[in-house]
Ligand binder design. Structure first.
Ligand code: TYD
Ligand code: MG
Length: 440
């Protein structure tokens, strides 16, 4: 049965009847005169006749970084897919959400096809949040999950995971493409018709995509990726699609002995353990969604042993590194031909925007000359094949954050015309100038 749109009166159509969302099928025998058409139960309506222009009444979990990435909390009736590698902390995050939602009076059902309720209990015992009131269910059949969710009147249903779920409607083992897609579609219908929010866990493949069909990402409302190095404690939750908030927002957590903790000052989290005064280190400011974040790039260039020199990049595309090395060699007269080069982004962050080129180059130049760059210097700029330094978007926001964290100098493109309070701006045309300044 369709959920009445708030503020809209239900109108019975003369020829209608078969109601519900998606009930608008064409009658059989098309082409015959006077055919009956089953209309949807609710007629078209003007947007202005609907309630609620402002806050959509979201459920906040109180895990600030999680609410932030979603755009202010969980939207009722939405389906959120949370992808990530095994062991990154998806189940932990969702059990904490469930605990907090229960505590806030939003009844929640946690369905696991991966762990038994007893194993969930063991995890719950470790958490700082009290998950005692959460309903748990060990189940893999979608039809049973939906029935149980209705019985306990769950307003948020967590399904861990989509790859272990299956529907009676299809043949085939759980996890195959047809099953995964049909299960997601079934849960989507359940969310839209009955109104609970559904949080789905999805496993990622080696390539980094969510296992199963790519169409899964098109079916659901929101797709979040949970990432990070399992060996480090920082975890990043990234919105790659969001119908109810801005995309590319990230939230930062720390994995502790008692579950995940939202990091209170995410912009500074990745510089916390920086050691200054060492060569081969440069700091840049990323723009993740609306948030500027400071990260450190480290480079080490050392005499190569036998054979082809090595190029190893962590947190950075190795092709980008190859390109930057070629530009440095040709435009900056810095030979790398017989040097092994290692580049690392600290804290498990990944450099996805070209605005970080200049910092990578600064770290490389600093390592080759074995001279530290000034500890209070920030590098911002994209580097072209001609060695030219290009301006980046959102400079003001990045500089403001750097200034707040005590940076006093910013090396950037001479073409970004900017005056910044508290930060001395050093404009440069090309990387020849960078090499000269850092050697001086
Ligand atoms: P888990 O949530 O099971 O990951 P996923 O569901 O993504 O596979 O998290 C597993 C890891 O998190 C595991 O290595 C143990 C660690 N962990 C902690 O460090 N602290 C905790 O409080 C909990 C519950 C787990
Ligand atoms: Mg899990």
């Amino acid at each position: 049965m369709g959920r009445p749109l708030r503020g809209v009166r239900r109108v019975e159509y003369a020829g209608g009847g078969a109601g519900g969302v998606g009930g608008g099928r064409l009658g059989r025998g098309g082409g015959k005169a006077g055919r009956r058409v089953a209309l949807s139960a609710y007629p078209p309506t003007r947007l202005s006749a609907l309630e609620g222009g402002g806050e959509m009444g979201r459920w906040r979990t109180g895990l600030n970084e999680f609410d932030f990435v979603l755009g202010g909390g969980i939207v009722p009736g939405s389906v959120v897919l949370i992808g990530g590698e095994p062991g990154i902390g998806k189940s932990t995050l969702l059990l904490q959400c469930a605990a907090r939602l229960e505590a806030a009076g939003v009844s929640t059902l946690y369905v696991s096809g991966e762990e038994s309720p007893h194993q969930l209990r063991l995890r719950a015992d470790r958490l700082a949040d009290d998950a005692g009131q959460v309903h748990v269910l060990g189940e893999t059949r979608i039809e049973a999950m939906v029935a149980h969710a209705e019985t306990v009147r769950a307003r948020v249903v967590i399904v861990d995971s989509i790859q272990t779920s299956f529907t009676d409607a299809l043949e085939g083992a759980p996890g195959n493409v047809g099953q995964v897609r049909e299960c997601a579609a079934r849960l989507m219908r359940f969310a839209k018709e009955a109104g609970p929010a559904v949080l789905l866990v999805g496993h990622v493949t080696k390539g980094g995509g969510i296992a199963g069909p790519r169409t899964l990402e098109h079916i659901v409302d929101t797709v979040l990726y949970f990432e990070g190095e399992a060996s480090l404690d920082h975890r990043i939750l990234r919105a790659v699609k969001n119908r109810f908030g801005s995309v590319d927002e990230i939230g930062v957590f720390r994995m502790t002995g008692t579950g995940l903790e939202p990091v209170s000052d995410p912009a500074a989290a990745f510089l916390a353990s920086r050691v200054t005064g060492v060569s081969g280190s440069a700091v840049t400011a990323l723009l993740e969604g609306t948030r500027p974040m400071l990260v450190e790039v480290q480079a080490l260039a050392t005499k190569a042993g036998f054979g082809t020199p090595q190029r190893v990049a962590t947190g950075l595309d190795h092709r980008r590194l190859a390109l930057l090395l070629a530009v440095l060699e040709r435009r900056g007269s810095l030979p790398f031909g017989n040097l092994d080069v290692f580049v690392n982004v600290t804290g498990g962050m990944r450099l996805l925007e070209p605005s970080t080129d200049l910092a990578v180059m600064a770290a490389l130049v600093s390592s080759v000359h074995d001279r530290p760059v000034p500890a209070d210097a920030l590098f911002l700029g994209e580097v072209g094949l001609g060695g030219e330094i290009r301006p980046v978007v959102g400079v003001e926001r990045r500089l403001a954050e750097a200034s707040r964290q005590g940076f006093r100098r910013a090396f950037l493109s001479a073409r970004s015309r900017i005056v910044s309070e508290g930060i001395e701006v050093v404009g440069m045309e090309g990387i020849g100038e960078l090499a000269r300044r850092l050697a001086a």
